[in-house]
Design a protein. Structure first.
Length: 208
């Protein structure tokens, strides 16, 4: 006798199987969301730190070269020597950009073969300019009263940079500082990241 009962249909899911699947997917999706959020947060922080680091490196290139050059000289006819004069924190003869002058470095540029001729003073001033609650660090180089160049070496600083020397910054003669440091704190200009990148740029005077 032929069995005419309908064959069992294996297609589809039971309620228990569906509930188990939803629960497992929930665990997997939660874990994946945590990984993705962490990845994007790390990527943003890394990009912010990279941008801040570029500003520091750019400023460091100028700073180290400028400090290496400092050394204002005068001629002493009695001893026939060229003693060092104050070379850090001097007053430039040229006009500076609006803002807070962080420091002015100076040295002498000799343009004559006459050893007794007065050399031309060269000054490089670093000025912190307010910019929407932050500061841009501007470098202005002058020959005497003539402005030679103006360059923005860093931007989005969250405070005015400070300058320190291995000895008194305003010394002369043997007391002209040999090492001058610029401390700065940079934020990402795009607003990514909330922790500023701090750095201390050090330059060493070549002249003795």
């Amino acid at each position: 006798m032929t069995d005419r009962r309908p064959l069992r249909d294996d297609r589809g899911f039971t309620l228990v199987e569906m509930l188990m699947t939803v629960a497992i997917m929930g665990v997997i999706v939660t874990a994946l969301c945590g990984i993705v959020i962490s990845y994007f947060k790390t990527t943003v922080d890394t990009q912010a730190r990279f941008t801040e680091s570029l500003d520091v490196q750019f400023a460091a290139a100028y700073w180290q070269r400028d400090v290496a050059s400092i050394g204002v000289r005068s001629y002493d006819a009695g001893t026939k020597t060229f003693p060092l004069q104050q070379s850090v924190g001097v007053t430039p003869a040229c006009t500076l950009p609006a803002g807070t002058t962080v420091v002015t470095l100076a040295w002498s540029a000799y343009t004559s073969l006459d050893s007794t001729a007065v050399p031309s003073p060269v000054t490089v001033s670093y000025v912190a300019q307010p910019d929407g609650g932050r500061y841009d660090l501007v470098r202005r180089r002058c020959h005497g009263s003539t402005v030679v160049s103006t360059v923005e070496v860093a931007h989005s600083l969250n405070q005015i940079p400070t300058v320190t020397c291995d000895i008194a910054c305003s010394g002369s003669g043997a007391q002209v500082p040999r090492v001058v440091r610029l401390s700065m704190s940079v934020l990402d200009p795009e607003g990514n990241g909330t922790v500023a990148h701090t750095a201390t740029l050090a330059g060493e005077r070549r002249q003795s």
